[in-house]
Design a protein around this ligand. Structure first.
Ligand code: 15L
Length: 269
Protein backbone atom coordinates (compact mmCIF):
# COMPACT_ATOMS: atom_id res chain seq x y z
CA UNK A 1 0.00 0.00 0.00
CA UNK A 2 1.42 3.45 -0.83
CA UNK A 3 1.87 5.71 2.20
CA UNK A 4 -1.48 7.42 2.88
CA UNK A 5 -1.59 11.12 2.31
CA UNK A 6 -5.18 12.27 2.45
CA UNK A 7 -6.64 11.10 5.73
CA UNK A 8 -10.12 11.62 7.13
CA UNK A 9 -9.98 12.49 10.83
CA UNK A 10 -13.30 11.94 12.59
CA UNK A 11 -13.90 13.54 15.96
CA UNK A 12 -11.60 16.35 14.87
CA UNK A 13 -13.09 18.81 17.37
CA UNK A 14 -12.67 16.48 20.36
CA UNK A 15 -9.85 16.53 22.87
CA UNK A 16 -7.56 14.11 21.06
CA UNK A 17 -8.79 15.22 17.63
CA UNK A 18 -7.82 18.81 18.37
CA UNK A 19 -4.29 17.80 19.36
CA UNK A 20 -3.89 15.41 16.43
CA UNK A 21 -5.08 17.89 13.83
CA UNK A 22 -2.28 20.16 14.94
CA UNK A 23 0.40 17.45 14.98
CA UNK A 24 -0.35 15.13 12.06
CA UNK A 25 0.21 17.63 9.22
CA UNK A 26 3.84 17.65 10.41
CA UNK A 27 4.05 14.08 9.11
CA UNK A 28 2.93 15.18 5.67
CA UNK A 29 -0.76 14.32 5.88
CA UNK A 30 -3.49 16.35 4.27
CA UNK A 31 -6.30 15.99 6.78
CA UNK A 32 -9.97 16.09 5.98
CA UNK A 33 -11.72 16.98 9.22
CA UNK A 34 -15.11 15.75 10.34
CA UNK A 35 -16.98 16.42 13.54
CA UNK A 36 -20.60 16.81 14.65
CA UNK A 37 -19.67 20.27 15.93
CA UNK A 38 -18.31 23.06 13.74
CA UNK A 39 -14.59 23.65 14.19
CA UNK A 40 -13.57 27.24 14.65
CA UNK A 41 -10.95 28.37 12.15
CA UNK A 42 -11.49 25.31 9.93
CA UNK A 43 -13.99 26.42 7.29
CA UNK A 44 -13.43 23.27 5.21
CA UNK A 45 -14.20 20.88 8.06
CA UNK A 46 -17.24 18.68 7.48
CA UNK A 47 -19.91 19.12 10.13
CA UNK A 48 -21.84 15.86 10.22
CA UNK A 49 -23.19 13.26 12.58
CA UNK A 50 -22.10 9.64 12.19
CA UNK A 51 -25.78 8.78 11.63
CA UNK A 52 -25.72 10.79 8.38
CA UNK A 53 -24.77 8.12 5.86
CA UNK A 54 -24.81 10.47 2.86
CA UNK A 55 -22.42 12.85 4.60
CA UNK A 56 -20.11 9.94 5.47
CA UNK A 57 -20.11 8.73 1.85
CA UNK A 58 -19.08 12.22 0.78
CA UNK A 59 -16.49 12.50 3.57
CA UNK A 60 -14.64 9.29 2.70
CA UNK A 61 -14.54 9.86 -1.04
CA UNK A 62 -10.93 9.97 -2.25
CA UNK A 63 -9.22 9.52 1.12
CA UNK A 64 -6.37 7.04 1.50
CA UNK A 65 -7.15 6.17 5.10
CA UNK A 66 -9.35 7.10 8.05
CA UNK A 67 -8.53 7.86 11.68
CA UNK A 68 -11.75 7.25 13.58
CA UNK A 69 -11.75 9.13 16.89
CA UNK A 70 -15.41 10.24 16.84
CA UNK A 71 -18.03 9.02 19.26
CA UNK A 72 -18.90 9.27 22.93
CA UNK A 73 -15.70 8.98 24.97
CA UNK A 74 -17.10 8.33 28.45
CA UNK A 75 -19.88 6.20 29.89
CA UNK A 76 -23.37 7.24 28.76
CA UNK A 77 -26.85 5.67 28.52
CA UNK A 78 -26.84 2.55 26.36
CA UNK A 79 -29.09 4.06 23.65
CA UNK A 80 -26.70 6.98 23.17
CA UNK A 81 -23.66 4.69 22.99
CA UNK A 82 -25.50 2.43 20.57
CA UNK A 83 -26.27 5.27 18.20
CA UNK A 84 -22.97 7.15 18.29
CA UNK A 85 -20.37 4.43 18.84
CA UNK A 86 -21.91 1.22 17.52
CA UNK A 87 -24.11 2.35 14.64
CA UNK A 88 -21.87 5.31 13.89
CA UNK A 89 -18.77 3.14 13.56
CA UNK A 90 -20.68 0.66 11.40
CA UNK A 91 -21.87 3.53 9.16
CA UNK A 92 -18.29 4.72 8.74
CA UNK A 93 -16.96 1.25 7.87
CA UNK A 94 -19.76 0.79 5.33
CA UNK A 95 -18.94 4.13 3.72
CA UNK A 96 -15.26 3.10 3.65
CA UNK A 97 -16.10 -0.23 2.05
CA UNK A 98 -18.22 1.39 -0.66
CA UNK A 99 -15.48 3.93 -1.40
CA UNK A 100 -12.64 1.37 -1.35
CA UNK A 101 -10.72 2.97 1.52
CA UNK A 102 -7.91 0.57 2.44
CA UNK A 103 -7.17 1.28 6.07
CA UNK A 104 -8.90 2.52 9.22
CA UNK A 105 -7.17 3.38 12.47
CA UNK A 106 -9.80 2.89 15.13
CA UNK A 107 -9.62 4.59 18.52
CA UNK A 108 -10.37 1.70 20.81
CA UNK A 109 -9.74 2.11 24.51
CA UNK A 110 -8.34 0.52 27.63
CA UNK A 111 -11.99 0.21 28.63
CA UNK A 112 -12.53 -2.67 26.19
CA UNK A 113 -10.43 -4.63 28.69
CA UNK A 114 -11.13 -2.42 31.72
CA UNK A 115 -11.81 -5.22 34.21
CA UNK A 116 -8.35 -6.69 33.62
CA UNK A 117 -6.47 -6.59 36.96
CA UNK A 118 -3.61 -4.09 37.11
CA UNK A 119 -0.19 -5.70 37.50
CA UNK A 120 1.38 -5.35 40.95
CA UNK A 121 4.93 -6.07 42.09
CA UNK A 122 6.61 -8.53 39.75
CA UNK A 123 3.45 -9.33 37.77
CA UNK A 124 4.07 -9.33 34.02
CA UNK A 125 2.78 -6.44 31.95
CA UNK A 126 -0.74 -6.97 30.55
CA UNK A 127 -0.39 -8.69 27.18
CA UNK A 128 -2.42 -7.58 24.16
CA UNK A 129 -4.26 -10.89 23.92
CA UNK A 130 -6.04 -10.75 27.29
CA UNK A 131 -9.75 -11.62 27.06
CA UNK A 132 -12.00 -8.63 26.56
CA UNK A 133 -13.48 -7.42 29.84
CA UNK A 134 -15.39 -4.23 29.03
CA UNK A 135 -16.07 -2.03 32.05
CA UNK A 136 -18.94 0.09 30.70
CA UNK A 137 -21.36 0.35 27.75
CA UNK A 138 -18.64 2.65 26.38
CA UNK A 139 -16.05 -0.14 26.76
CA UNK A 140 -18.49 -2.59 25.15
CA UNK A 141 -18.78 -0.28 22.15
CA UNK A 142 -14.98 -0.26 21.81
CA UNK A 143 -14.98 -4.05 21.99
CA UNK A 144 -17.59 -4.03 19.21
CA UNK A 145 -15.47 -1.64 17.15
CA UNK A 146 -12.47 -3.97 17.44
CA UNK A 147 -14.59 -6.88 16.20
CA UNK A 148 -16.02 -4.74 13.43
CA UNK A 149 -12.46 -4.09 12.23
CA UNK A 150 -11.71 -7.81 12.34
CA UNK A 151 -14.84 -8.57 10.36
CA UNK A 152 -14.21 -5.96 7.66
CA UNK A 153 -10.65 -7.25 7.26
CA UNK A 154 -11.67 -10.89 6.91
CA UNK A 155 -14.68 -10.23 4.71
CA UNK A 156 -13.78 -7.11 2.75
CA UNK A 157 -10.01 -6.73 3.03
CA UNK A 158 -10.14 -3.35 4.81
CA UNK A 159 -7.19 -3.11 7.19
CA UNK A 160 -7.71 -1.93 10.75
CA UNK A 161 -5.31 -0.96 13.48
CA UNK A 162 -7.34 -0.73 16.69
CA UNK A 163 -5.46 1.27 19.31
CA UNK A 164 -6.51 0.72 22.92
CA UNK A 165 -5.73 4.27 23.90
CA UNK A 166 -4.91 4.92 27.55
CA UNK A 167 -5.30 8.59 28.54
CA UNK A 168 -4.31 11.09 25.88
CA UNK A 169 -4.07 14.53 27.42
CA UNK A 170 -1.37 17.21 27.36
CA UNK A 171 -0.34 15.99 30.84
CA UNK A 172 -1.43 13.04 33.01
CA UNK A 173 -4.21 14.15 35.35
CA UNK A 174 -4.16 11.41 37.96
CA UNK A 175 -1.87 8.85 39.57
CA UNK A 176 -3.66 6.16 37.53
CA UNK A 177 -2.88 8.01 34.32
CA UNK A 178 0.85 7.83 35.08
CA UNK A 179 0.61 4.17 33.97
CA UNK A 180 -1.42 4.63 30.77
CA UNK A 181 -0.65 8.20 29.65
CA UNK A 182 -0.23 8.79 25.94
CA UNK A 183 1.46 12.10 25.34
CA UNK A 184 0.08 14.04 22.37
CA UNK A 185 3.42 13.78 20.54
CA UNK A 186 3.51 10.00 21.08
CA UNK A 187 -0.16 9.86 20.02
CA UNK A 188 0.80 11.39 16.67
CA UNK A 189 3.79 9.02 16.40
CA UNK A 190 1.55 6.04 17.03
CA UNK A 191 -1.12 7.16 14.56
CA UNK A 192 1.59 7.73 11.95
CA UNK A 193 2.96 4.22 12.57
CA UNK A 194 -0.54 2.75 12.35
CA UNK A 195 -1.14 4.53 9.04
CA UNK A 196 2.15 3.54 7.43
CA UNK A 197 3.13 0.06 8.73
CA UNK A 198 3.10 -2.48 5.92
CA UNK A 199 0.63 -5.33 5.78
CA UNK A 200 -1.13 -4.83 9.10
CA UNK A 201 -4.31 -6.71 8.19
CA UNK A 202 -6.15 -6.51 11.49
CA UNK A 203 -4.14 -5.55 14.58
CA UNK A 204 -4.91 -4.49 18.13
CA UNK A 205 -2.29 -2.53 20.05
CA UNK A 206 -2.09 -0.62 23.32
CA UNK A 207 -1.58 3.11 23.04
CA UNK A 208 0.58 4.85 25.60
CA UNK A 209 3.91 6.52 26.06
CA UNK A 210 6.95 4.65 27.43
CA UNK A 211 5.87 5.29 31.01
CA UNK A 212 8.06 4.11 33.87
CA UNK A 213 4.89 2.85 35.62
CA UNK A 214 3.49 1.18 32.50
CA UNK A 215 0.82 -1.49 33.08
CA UNK A 216 0.71 -3.01 29.61
CA UNK A 217 2.98 -4.49 27.01
CA UNK A 218 3.69 -2.10 24.16
CA UNK A 219 5.38 -4.66 21.90
CA UNK A 220 2.46 -4.93 19.45
CA UNK A 221 2.53 -1.13 19.00
CA UNK A 222 6.31 -1.19 18.63
CA UNK A 223 5.92 -3.88 15.95
CA UNK A 224 4.19 -1.20 13.82
CA UNK A 225 7.35 0.89 14.02
CA UNK A 226 6.13 3.03 16.93
CA UNK A 227 8.91 4.35 19.12
CA UNK A 228 7.49 6.28 22.06
CA UNK A 229 9.64 9.16 23.26
CA UNK A 230 7.77 10.32 26.37
CA UNK A 231 7.36 9.10 29.94
CA UNK A 232 4.87 10.34 32.55
CA UNK A 233 7.43 10.03 35.38
CA UNK A 234 8.31 13.75 35.59
CA UNK A 235 4.67 14.33 36.66
CA UNK A 236 4.67 11.57 39.29
CA UNK A 237 5.96 13.40 42.37
CA UNK A 238 3.45 16.24 42.04
CA UNK A 239 0.45 14.00 41.31
CA UNK A 240 1.29 11.63 44.18
CA UNK A 241 1.78 14.56 46.57
CA UNK A 242 -1.62 15.93 45.56
CA UNK A 243 -3.60 12.68 45.29
CA UNK A 244 -1.64 10.04 47.24
CA UNK A 245 -0.48 6.62 45.98
CA UNK A 246 -3.11 4.28 44.54
CA UNK A 247 -4.75 2.41 47.42
CA UNK A 248 -5.28 -1.39 47.33
CA UNK A 249 -9.00 -1.99 47.13
CA UNK A 250 -9.68 1.15 45.09
CA UNK A 251 -10.85 0.77 41.47
CA UNK A 252 -7.80 2.68 40.20
CA UNK A 253 -5.47 0.20 41.95
CA UNK A 254 -7.36 -2.99 41.12
CA UNK A 255 -8.48 -2.57 37.51
CA UNK A 256 -7.06 -1.19 34.30
CA UNK A 257 -10.31 0.72 33.74
CA UNK A 258 -10.12 2.42 37.15
CA UNK A 259 -13.15 4.59 37.90
CA UNK A 260 -14.99 3.28 34.83
CA UNK A 261 -15.33 -0.05 36.72
CA UNK A 262 -17.37 1.28 39.65
CA UNK A 263 -21.17 1.17 39.70
CA UNK A 264 -22.13 3.79 38.72
CA UNK A 265 -18.93 4.64 36.81
CA UNK A 266 -17.17 7.76 38.06
CA UNK A 267 -16.54 8.83 34.48
CA UNK A 268 -19.79 9.44 32.64
CA UNK A 269 -21.53 12.11 30.67
C1 15L B 1 -11.01 6.78 27.69
O1 15L B 1 -11.26 5.85 26.94
C2 15L B 1 -11.66 8.11 27.54
O2 15L B 1 -12.01 8.36 26.20
C3 15L B 1 -10.77 9.22 28.02
O3 15L B 1 -11.55 10.39 28.11
C4 15L B 1 -10.10 8.92 29.36
O4 15L B 1 -11.03 9.07 30.37
C5 15L B 1 -9.46 7.56 29.34
O5 15L B 1 -10.25 6.56 28.78
C6 15L B 1 -8.99 7.09 30.71
O6 15L B 1 -9.22 5.93 31.08
O7 15L B 1 -8.36 7.87 31.40
Amino acid sequence: MPAPRTVLLTGAAGGMGTMMRELLPGYGYALRLLDMDPIEGEPDAITADLADKDALREAVRGVDAIIHLAGISLEAPFEEILRANVEGTYNLYEAAREAGVGRIVFASSSHAVGFTPCPVGDDPLIPIDVPRRPDTFYGLSKSFGEDLGSYYWDKHGIETVAIRIGSCFPEPRSVRMLSIWLSPADGARLLHAALTAEGVGYRVVYGSSANTRLWWDLSSARALGYEPQDDSEPYAARLIAEQGELEPGSADYEYLGGGFCTDPPMWRR
